[in-house]
Ligand binder design. Structure first.
Ligand code: 5GP
Length: 210
């Protein structure tokens, strides 16, 4: 049984372009919510700082961390490795801090299967429509339309994993989506009733698939 004093693990996953990273940053501004900083073998983007956005490592160091069993979870995403080291997460949770994970469905599955002694709440963020997603992905990768096309294909594969999450939230408006997630987290922490309509989500997913 998770202890009331311990922090809660909050996982956010989404297909690329649904706005998850922004939502994680917004949530991290709430008192007592901390982002888990992942290790990755991908190259830093121009505005990224090692130790703040990711801990950037080479393949050799990543493999050493795997061998030493330091990862709570790790996965290969778009040809790069990403992973969450166990110790910083457990230290935060034991101090009563809530930990936010911006990780993909593979990592979410691994954490779920570990059945750790901490409360875990998982969210899957979806775009309002495929058309809107394509616009967002095209704006992001203007130089390379092929990347946007490839990520749309990936979107359809990633979408199938929505079923394994506690909550699926549609990001049609950033502030509303943020409030929805925040309210669900507090409802979970306080064991209150949840304002959540799974049937509506199911029909939204059906529309995205068709
Ligand atoms: P990006 O390279 O765009 O920052 O992230 C690509 C994907 O990798 C995103 O879906 C992100 O959530 C996921 N990711 C980032 N860190 C981790 C991690 O530690 N573990 C796993 N499984 N996925 C991660």
């Amino acid at each position: 049984m998770p202890s009331e004093k311990d922090g809660v693990m909050i996982v956010l996953s989404s297909p690329s372009g649904a706005g998850k990273t922004t939502l994680v940053k917004m949530l991290s501004e709430i008192n007592n919510f901390e982002i888990s900083i992942s290790h990755t073998t991908r190259q830093p983007r121009p505005n990224e700082i090692s130790g703040r956005d990711y801990i950037f490592v080479n393949q050799e160091n990543f493999k050493r961390l795997i061998k030493n069993e330091e990862f709570l979870e790790y996965a290969k995403v778009f040809n790069n490795f990403y992973g969450t080291t166990r110790t910083p997460v457990i230290e935060k949770l034991d101090r009563g801090e809530n930990v936010l994970f911006d990780i993909d469905w593979q990592g979410a599955d691994q954490i779920k299967n570990k059945k750790l002694d901490y409360k875990l709440v998982t969210f899957f963020i979806l775009p309002p429509s495929k058309e809107e997603l394509f616009v967002r992905l095209s704006n992001r990768d203007m130089k390379d339309k092929l990347i946007a096309d490839e990520r749309m294909k990936q979107f359809e594969r990633d979408l199938l994993h929505w079923i394994n999450y506690d909550y699926v939230v549609i990001n049609d408006n950033l502030d509303k989506c943020f409030s929805k997630i925040k309210n669900l987290i507090y409802a979970e922490i306080n064991s209150d009733s949840k304002d959540y309509d799974r049937e509506y989500i199911r029909s939204h997913v059906d529309r995205l698939i068709s």
